[in-house]
Write a protein that binds this ligand. Structure first.
Ligand SMILES: [Zn+2]
Length: 235
């Protein structure tokens, strides 16, 4: 599977205890750098389809977890200027809310339903991050199943389109969660690299942060590419 990058938020910031924010200037430089290397950032939907056709040359997956408002105001316009797309993983029961699952750190607004619909209309893929940002292996199976299934049906109804992907909150995933995601009808699932699970329902992604200049970004891409080639990766 080609390399996939994982972002959360693109914004100017004063405090970022969880290191999930990249400034707009850094983000633009990262996209310019990808473009100069002949890479085009695409949504997971496009990447998985390209993989099925057997030709993912020149593609790199771009993903954004949680669905922060800056995806609509900053990320999507910047991606469109580069001719890129991306996948944003939103929380079906938190649209228009905040990241209040974090007990400390800055409060950040999440996209409203109108904003989510607007980015979908611009060609961005909207996929599921569950209902309320729960660490799935830590809850009973009925709760995990509801997070996975109900978020898909809710988002599909709100957006009037199929929801193909799921990203595990906190990257926490075990065999049980992978099975639930596959059984719920998702085409793919996104974990965080390195992960104990690797399959199309637990694809590895490389974390990208503010400190990732050209050299560090290249190192992450090369590392994930080498590991991604290992025969242990199930299809
Ligand atoms: Zn998240």
């Amino acid at each position: 599977m080609p390399v996939t990058l994982m972002y959360h938020s693109v914004a100017e910031y004063e405090s970022d205890p969880f290191l999930v924010t990249v400034t707009p200037g850094r983000f633009r430089r990262q996209l310019n750098w990808l473009q100069q290397r002949g890479l085009r950032g695409v949504s997971m939907r496009e990447l998985v389809a390209a993989r099925r056709r057997g030709d993912t040359r020149g593609l790199i997956g771009l993903t954004f977890d949680d669905g922060y408002t800056d995806f609509a105001t900053e990320v999507a316009p910047t991606l469109l200027r580069h001719g890129f797309t991306a996948t944003v993983f939103v929380l079906a029961e938190r649209l228009g809310g905040t990241n209040d699952w974090e007990s400390h750190g800055p409060v950040r607004p999440l996209m409203t339903l109108d904003e989510v619909r607007a980015v979908a209309a611009q060609g961005m893929e909207v996929a599921s991050h569950g209902l309320g940002h729960v660490s799935l292996p830590d809850v009973p199976v009925e709760v995990a199943a509801a997070e996975i299934r109900r978020s898909r049906s809710t988002l599909s109804a709100l957006l009037d389109q199929d929801v193909a992907g799921f990203a595990y909150p906190y990257g926490h995933v075990g065999r049980r969660e992978v099975d639930l995601v596959r059984e719920a009808g998702y085409t793919y699932g996104c974990a965080i690299w390195p992960s104990a699970q690797t399959s199309v329902h637990a694809l590895p992604r490389a974390y990208v942060g503010e400190r990732d200049g050209a050299a560090r970004l290249l190192a992450k891409i090369v590392k994930q590419r080498i590991v991604g080639r290992a025969p242990a990766v199930a299809r």
